[in-house]
Design a binder for this molecule. Structure first.
Ligand code: ADP
Ligand code: TRP
Length: 327
């Protein structure tokens, strides 16, 4: 049986890129009889400033989304990162074997640090080390993530190997699992970059909570090109992205989509795409709202998840402390 682990930042908006890049692939693995871990990484979230009340709300929102999407607490240990203190403890130890150079090479850090100069936080720099700790604490075999997180999982592998070489076998070497098609949904207003909640405009993404009118408005303003046909070509970045989204929402293949829209224009395609998205989102939204009605129940799910996680994490940390000579 494999251990599968992934995590998401509890930072408000979750978009369809998060859903298809992270949540859906996790659901598939959950139902394949693996041992699963899923958590909201609140200590990653605070690497950029967070309003405390909003963060608290977002943690419950994220939990409601996972449950609504189909995460089953009887199959998946669902928790909040900060509830298991071993994550930050192991991160410190890994900080002491990680090199400045390898962290400086992390693309996400380079992107996020841009323009911040010397004021960029140490937390943002060390972010991938905390992620490595998240993964290594649980002897994780498989880490389902979007393409953009592959480099971080590779760092976790490097740190695990380095630690094992220095102190004797301690950590399982984890493997990233990147979703093949739709692994990277691109921004609607800028298909050169991935869809992201931190994009400057809300027109960049479809939030899981967007209503029908908002979806239609955002899709109508999505970037296309001047070719006018609904034909999948990789270099047609905007259209390729919209067709990918259509395919993920409807389950239709690219050639089926091309057939449906043969002889039709972008207007028809966009209206149909918006309808597919709404048909997908609206039952999900109903479930999310119903989970949010009982906050105590959500907190209870997180508390019992943390209890299960802590049992494993505590054992691993006892071993790690011995190996490095502090116990
Ligand atoms: P964001 O860029 O919106 O802040 P995160 O960095 O919090 O998203 O990503 C959370 C998870 O969702 C990660 O596993 C990431 O790989 C995945 N993900 C984020 N954006 C996309 C996207 N546009 N397409 C596919 N997966 C994505
Ligand atoms: N850095 C990941 C992201 O932004 C979130 C994350 C933190 C994660 N710890 C993890 C993902 C451990 C997988 C495994 O998407």
């Amino acid at each position: 049986m494999s251990r599968v682990l992934t995590a998401l930042q509890p930072t408000g908006v979750l978009h369809i890129g998060n859903y298809f890049g992270a949540i859906e692939p996790f659901l598939k693995l959950q139902d394949q009889g693996n041992e699963n871990f899923l958590f909201a990484v609140d200590y990653h979230a605070i690497t950029v400033p967070q309003d405390p009340e909003t963060l608290r709300k977002n943690l419950l929102f994220a939990t409601a989304v996972y449950l609504a999407a189909g995460v089953d607490p009887s199959k998946t240990t669902l928790f909040q990162q900060s509830h298991v203190q071993e994550h930050t403890e192991l991160a410190w130890i890994l900080n002491c074997i990680a090199g400045m150079g390898e962290l400086e090479r992390m693309t996400q850090y380079k992107d996020k640090a841009k323009g911040k100069g010397e004021s960029v936080s140490v937390g943002l720099f060390a972010y991938p080390v905390l992620m490595a700790a998240d993964i290594l604490l649980y002897d994780t075999h498989i880490v389902p993530v979007g393409e953009d997180q592959k480099q971080h999982v590779e760092l976790a592998r490097d740190l695990a190997e380095r630690f094992n070489n220095r102190f004797g076998f301690t950590f399982v070497i984890p493997k990233p699992q990147i979703r093949e098609s739709g692994a990277r949904i691109m921004g609607l207003d800028d298909p050169e970059k991935k869809m992201s909640k931190s994009a400057p405009s809300e027109k960049n993404y479809i939030s899981l909570m967007d209503d029908e009118a908002t979806v239609l408005k955002k899709i109508k303003s999505a970037v296309t090109d001047s070719e006018g046909t609904i034909v999948y070509r990789e270099h047609r970045k905007g259209m390729a992205n919209l067709m990918t989204i259509y395919s993920l929402m409807s389950g239709s293949s690219m050639s089926e989509i091309e057939k449906i829209f043969e002889g039709k224009g972008y207007g028809d395609f966009k209206v149909a795409l918006a309808a597919e998205i709404t048909a997908f989102l609206s039952p999900l939204q109903t479930k999310i709202k119903s989970y949010l009605e009982d906050e105590d129940a959500l907190r209870q799910v997180l508390a019992s998840g943390a209890e299960k996680a802590r049992e494993i994490a505590a054992k691993k940390m006892t071993e790690v402390r011995k190996k490095i000579g502090v116990a």
